[in-house]
Write a protein that binds this ligand. Structure first.
Ligand SMILES: NC(=O)c1ccc[n+]([C@@H]2O[C@H](COP(=O)([O-])OP(=O)(O)OC[C@H]3O[C@@H](n4cnc5c(N)ncnc54)[C@H](O)[C@@H]3O)[C@@H](O)[C@H]2O)c1
Length: 312
């Protein structure tokens, strides 16, 4: 049974993954190269945990113990030396991940499993310079990782059955819903689905069909409302596949099929409009307080959805 965890990178994903592990009685060493990020991670983890306690997803009596389960460190050897599962959550740059993964491998036990949280990079590329590539998998959590149930799992043809099974048993034990891909593909399943929707959303705005607010509303009050409970294929079954044959036949020629990133996203990046992290994205977030409040109300809604799913 996996109990000793290391999480490498204490940013948006790493700190939230550390919280999930700690809530499930694992000992977690959370490592980052930036001391300020580690300090901030402790505050943000505490705030996330407070919300879970307030909403009844975690007893107040456990919260001190959970926080004590997380030990932050700037020393990689200390982080990974005795870890059984090491989750890598550093920025999405292949060269950086290669460097970090090689150092992790050199400093960790031969039996440790290394799991990357990459959103897009293929496992065979990530593991290319490792001497024990068979000990590496991808476990792709979704933001916020302590609330979203899905974890996509990617293995290669040479991944031993026991590595996969240890990872799946662990993910189920911590309340996650793992989905294992049958083969490697960029973007896995969920990000490909999201990217397809995003391409069409931006296309509809670009050709003047709707503004961004109405596009978001059309999703959250329409397909998004249903998809949280029944996926797109089950939705089609309920609607009737005769109807869906017409829908797909009529719409396929109309949909955007651009093969590069939408110009509007590139333009926003050029202007430094990166979303909540800079205060300006598709929408405006004038102050840090507004951002904190938006994240809190998003998380509250996700917690309520999670409770609803748990009751099913
Ligand atoms: N943000 C998301 O919504 C999301 C969702 C799923 C997966 N991911 C993936 O998770 C990974 C991390 O993304 P994030 O959003 O948490 O990024 P982030 O920028 O918030 O955090 C990355 C952290 O890594 C640290 N770091 C940089 N170099 C390091 C090094 N050499 N050793 C240790 N730490 C180092 C940084 O200081 C930072 O704290 C990426 O691969 C990303 O694609 C992100």
């Amino acid at each position: 049974m996996l109990n000793n965890m290391a999480v490498i990178g204490a940013g948006i994903m790493g700190r939230s993954i550390a919280l999930v592990y700690a809530m499930n009685d694992c000992s977690v060493r959370l490592y980052d190269t930036d001391i300020a990020t580690l300090e901030r991670a402790k505050d943000l983890i505490r705030a996330d945990l407070d919300l879970l306690v307030q909403e009844g997803l975690c007893p107040a009596s456990r919260s001190q113990k959970i926080l004590k389960n997380i030990f932050v460190t700037e020393n990689l050897k200390e982080a990974v030396g005795s870890a059984e599962l090491i989750t890598e959550a550093v920025p999405e740059q292949l060269e950086l991940k290669w460097q970090v993964l090689s150092r992790i491998e050199a400093l960790s036990s031969r039996s440790a499993i290394v799991a990357s949280n990459t959103s897009t990079l293929p496992l065979s590329d990530l593991a290319r310079h490792l001497t024990r590539p068979e000990r590496m998998v991808i476990t792709h959590f979704f933001n916020p990782a302590h609330l979203v149930p899905l974890v996509e799992v990617i293995k290669t043809e040479t991944t031993p059955d026991e590595v996969l099974s240890d990872v799946l048993v662990f993910l189920r034990r911590i309340g996650k819903v793992p989905v294992v891909l049958k083969k490697e593909v960029p973007g896995f399943i969920a990000n490909r689905l999201q990217a397809a929707v995003m391409r069409e959303a931006l296309h509809l705005i670009h050709i003047g069909v709707a503004d961004m607010h109405d596009v978001d509303t059309a999703m959250t009050c329409g397909p998004g409302f249903r998809w949280s409970i029944i996926g797109p294929l089950e939705t089609a079954d309920f609607g009737g596949l005769d109807t869906w044959q017409s829908v797909m036949g009529n719409l396929a020629p109309e949909l955007d099929n651009a093969r590069k990133a939408p110009e509007v996203i590139k333009e926003m990046n050029r202007k430094g409009h990166l979303g909540v992290k800079t205060g300006q994205g598709f929408y405006t977030y004038p102050t840090g307080e507004v951002v904190a409040e938006k994240i809190r109300s998003r998380d509250l809604a996700f917690i309520r959805l999670l409770k609803l799913r748990c009751r099913e």
